[in-house]
Write a protein that binds this ligand. Sequence first.
Ligand SMILES: *Cc1c(COP(=O)(O)O)cnc(C)c1O
Length: 389
Amino acid sequence: MPFDLSQDLQQRREQNLYRATRLAQSPQGPIMQMDGREFLTFCSNDYLGLANHSKLITAFQQAASEYGVGSGAAHLVNGHSYYHQALEEALAEFTGRESALLFSTGYMANLGVIAALLNKEDGVFEDKWNHASLLDAGLLSGARFQRYLHNDVANLTTRLQRSEARRKLIVTDGVFSMDGDAADLPSLSSVAKQNDAWLMVDDAHGLGVLGDTGAGLCEAQSQSQDQVQILMGTLGKGMGTAGAFVAGSKELIEYLTNFARPYIYTTAMPAAIAAATLASIEIVKHEPQRREHLQSLIQQFKTGAQQLGLNLMPSDTAIQPVLVGDAQIALNMSEQLRERGIMVTAIRPPTVPAGTARLRITLSASHTNEQVDQLLQALGALSSTMESK
Ligand SMILES: *Cc1c(COP(=O)(O)O)cnc(C)c1O
C-alpha cells in the first residue's frame, strides 16, 4: 500500500509530533479569540504590533479602492504597480542598499535567490540552525550543501578553505527563529571576504525590531552591502503585512529579476499589501518607542524567568525559548498554559533537534508589563506543579 497515509499520520501522533491548525476569530494582538475562547497570546511574530494597526488598514483599503484586490499577473507581465515600485525603492533606502526586489513570500525569496545563484559547480555553507526555507533552498540549488556548527566561524572557515567550488555562498539567519540568538555578522563577513565568498542574511526576525531605525540586524551590526551582499527580509513579521524582499547591488537585483524562478513565475503580491507596507515602514522608522518598549518587556521576562529557575536560551530578542527537552512535556506545559488562558506554542522536532523541545515565547510591543507578569505567574505555577509530579 504505497499511499497508506494513515500509518504515517498515526506515527506522528504516537511521537507527539502531530500538527493541526487552530481557528483565530479576531485580529492579531495580545488578546485573541481562538477556538471560541479568549487567550492572552505569546506566539505571534507581530513583534511591533503592526498587523492590525489603523494606519496600515487605511493604506490597504485606499490602495484596494485604487488598484483592486488582485494584482492579476506576475511582476514581469503587468502586475507591477506604482505601489510595488514605491515599496521596492523604500525598502532599498530603508536597508541602505542600492536596490530591492519583492517576492510574494519569504520562503519563495530564499528558494529564488539561492537556486538562481548556485548550481552543482558551487558550494553553499549554511548554519546548522537555519530556517527550513534556507535549507530547502540550498538542497534545491544542486550546489554542494554543507551545514556548519551553529554560529561557529572556525568550523565554517575550515569548510570554506577546503572547498574548491566556483561560487561559495554563506547563508545564515540573522536572528535564529527557534532560538532567538543573533548571528555574528562582522565575523561572518570577514571570513567571507578572506575566502572569496558571499554572505546572505535572512533577517526575518530582525527587520523592524533591531537597529536604531528598525532596519534590522545589518543596521545593528553596521553591515553594509559590501559586507552582506544579499539581504533578505520578510514583511509578515515585524513589519505586520505579508511578503518578502531581497536587497543588494543593482546588478544582483537585475540578475534575480532574470533568473529567480519563484520571482518570475508567481503573481505579484496585491498592490494593497505593498501600500500597507509603505505605511508600516514609516511607523517603524519614526516610532522607536515601540522597539524600546519591546526591549523593556524582554528584560522583564528574562529577569522574571531566571528568578523562577526556568531554562532560558541565550537570546536578547523578542524570541525567548524556554528549553524543556522532551516533546511530551513541552506539549503538556503548553496545554496547561492554555487551560489558564495563555497561548504559547510548544516547538518540537523536526523543527528543532531531538531532545530540545521548547516553549517558544514571543513578545510584542503591543504587550503590557502586566501581561508579561501574568505569563510569568502562570509559568511559575506550572513549574511548581511539574516539579511535584
Ligand atoms: C518566517 C520565516 C521565513 C519565511 O517567510 P514567509 O514570508 O513567512 O514565507 C523565512 N526565513 C525565516 C528565518 C523565517 O522565520
